[in-house]
Design a protein around this ligand. Structure first.
Ligand code: 5RP
Length: 228
């Protein structure tokens, strides 16, 4: 049987998202969160992403009753994880993680991701890169035939107008700053070649991090409980 990733690859960019209502999306996120929680083993160090799907992961993980060391990518996740009794540590003293689990805004058939809808993509990328296994959890409306704008950007405040000019077309997002206090913007231009765009963004002075996550970073994609 073709996987959901392959199937959506043959449809229109919004093929998966057009028909999913809020209740179904929530149920699919719950299934994905539970499937990811089941992958975690006693004694592991775990990176926790940010967003509504990760919010469902936290109780599922806590319910396993394992002894874990967790690192959080945002204050929201840190607070909520602690409320569920998970042990959250600073990421300054841990040099690798067994697993990181996080949501995504877009998942392409070739496993390029767009992240940063919650403005936490810099920390999320650092945590994903430090993990032996990076598990993406999502509802099926996140599956896209190809990556499309916007691509979230975290920028330095210093020289902001000049950085934005070099990134055109891009615009500042009217949201609170990133977990590290930096402004958030969105790149709105051509994203047909994510590798080329990622290289360009990586080389832009003043850009802290962008929300394009390469396939090499992604170990597993779980959509609605199905491992793709
Ligand atoms: C936050 C993110 C989130 O993982 C992404 O926005 C998906 O969020 P949700 O699980 O709420 O759909 O990248 O920066």
């Amino acid at each position: 049987m073709r996987s959901q990733l392959e199937r959506v690859g043959r449809g229109s960019p919004s093929a998966a998202s057009a028909t999913l209502d809020v209740v179904d999306a929530q149920r699919e996120k719950q299934l994905a969160a539970e499937a990811a929680a089941a992958l975690v083993e006693d004694g592991m160090s775990v990176g926790l992403g940010t967003g509504t799907t990760v919010a469902l992961l936290l109780p599922a993980l806590a319910a396993r009753g394992l002894s874990l060391r967790c690192v959080a990518t945002s204050l929201q996740t840190e607070r909520r994880a602690r409320e569920f009794g998970l042990r959250v540590e600073s990421f300054n003293g841990i040099d690798r993680l067994d697993v990181a689990i996080d949501g995504a805004d877009q998942i392409a058939p070739d496993r390029w991701l767009v992240k940063g809808g919650g403005a936490a993509h810099t920390r999320e990328k650092v945590v994903a890169a430090a993990a032996d296994r990076f598990v993406v959890i999502a509802s099926s409306d996140k599956l896209v035939a190809r990556i499309r704008p916007p691509v979230p950007l975290e920028l330095l405040s210093f020289g902001l107008a000049a950085t934005l000019r070099r990134l055109e077309p891009a615009r500042l997002r009217d949201v609170p700053p990133s977990p590290d206090g930096n402004p958030i913007a969105d790149y709105l231009g051509d994203v047909r070649d994510p590798a080329e765009l990622a290289a360009r963004l990586d080389g832009t002075a003043g850009l802290v991090e962008h929300g394009l996550f390469p396939p090499a970073l992604v170990t597993d994609v779980i959509v609605a409980g199905e491992v793709l």
